[in-house]
Design a protein around this ligand. Structure first.
Ligand code: SF4
Ligand code: SF4
Length: 136
């Protein structure tokens, strides 16, 4: 199973090699989606951790023992499709093909299951019809 988490590092934990430990000691596949960490200061990281539920639980416990706050994170994209003019601008930036103009009517088709909530379509839409929604 794969889950996304926000990791909040206090200054004392910023220089800990946590990614290395997660991979080597807990056999976790780690995908760092965003990181803002400054040596000696606090930091924040958005990661996707992939492993079985037991390993994942052990890894989270390890992080918490290192004084790292672990917050489950979900985000998804909301599209006001009823206002769409089907210009196709958003399809050019969507690398997972969650957005496509494939049907006979040349209308936009949104497939939420393919969306990885990268947010690139938010800026691409001239009508600002996309909204990133965050859920902790
Ligand atoms: S958030 Fe990213 S993956 Fe999802 S629809 Fe927009 S561009 Fe595609
Ligand atoms: S960019 Fe906006 S208006 Fe154009 S197809 Fe995508 S959602 Fe519709």
């Amino acid at each position: 199973m794969s889950k996304k988490y926000i990791l909040k590092f206090r200054p004392s934990a910023v220089e800990e090699p946590v990614t290395y430990c997660l991979i080597k000691e807990y056999d976790i596949r780690v995908n760092i989606l965003r990181a803002e960490i400054y040596p000696g200061k606090s930091g924040i990281m958005l990661v996707e951790l992939d492993a079985n539920s037991i390993k994942l639980k052990q890894a989270i416990s390890f992080l918490q023992h290192k004084d790292i706050e672990v917050i489950p994170f979900e985000k998804r994209i909301h599209l006001e499709i009823e206002k769409c003019v089907h210009c196709g601008a958003c399809t050019a930036v969507c690398c997972t093909s969650a957005l496509s103009i494939l049907n006979e009517k040349s209308e936009l088709v949104f497939t939420p299951d393919k969306c990885v909530a990268c947010g690139l379509c938010v800026k691409a839409c001239p009508l600002q019809l996309f909204q990133l929604q965050f859920e902790e």
